[in-house]
Design a binder for this molecule. Sequence first.
Ligand SMILES: [Zn+2]
Length: 244
Amino acid sequence: MKSAARAALDLIFPPQALDDGPRPLAAGLSAEVWSRITFLDDPVCDGCGTPFEYSQGEGARCAACMARPRAFGRARAACLYDENSSGPILQLKHADRTDLAPLFAHWLSRAARDLLAQADAVAPVPLHRTRILGRRYNQSAEIARPLARMCGLDYLPDALIRRRATETQAGKSGSARRRNVAAAFEVPAARLGQVAGKRVVLIDDVMTTGATLEGCARALLKAGAACVDVAVVSRVKETANRPI
Ligand SMILES: [Zn+2]
């Protein structure tokens, strides 16, 4: 029990500096916020990270993944995206709380440890440059950078570019989201060498239908990546109308 409690505390307050940022140990959630977050532990679907009620064997996939295989190989999410986890996640995205990013990276290092252990590199889902100008930073890159350092993997901040600013995904159905992101991503010619033959883990903050991540995975595979897996901070249980 003691070690479990310590592990829980480490998730709130990382025991050591995880990043070279100015305030690495300042990041943290109150115990009250943290205790309401639903962390997704094994057993989960190997394809999309959705939790199973009981173990169905290694590599087992949910009905949705069996019916329609994803463009990426495997996915893991650290927690459920719901009214309890959305606060800190939206704060990183919209409220300049970049100090939360190393904490989320720490969660991912745990939730996606098997995928990261087999990977060569991590790459963030890119924002279109017009969005970066508005927001000043890409929240996925803020998470991917310390994660790469923690896991000793290559960090590929610009292996993927978003060719056009896709319309917001909120409120769209799965097929509409897939159309919206079709061909939106590419690996620029100058970055092909970083990707070819590499096992890449894509990083994002929230997975809803997975359409954006699939668009990125297709672009990386087209550029010759050996395989593409996904690690996200949170995933929705089912499509819900939350602001993302
Ligand atoms: Zn699944």
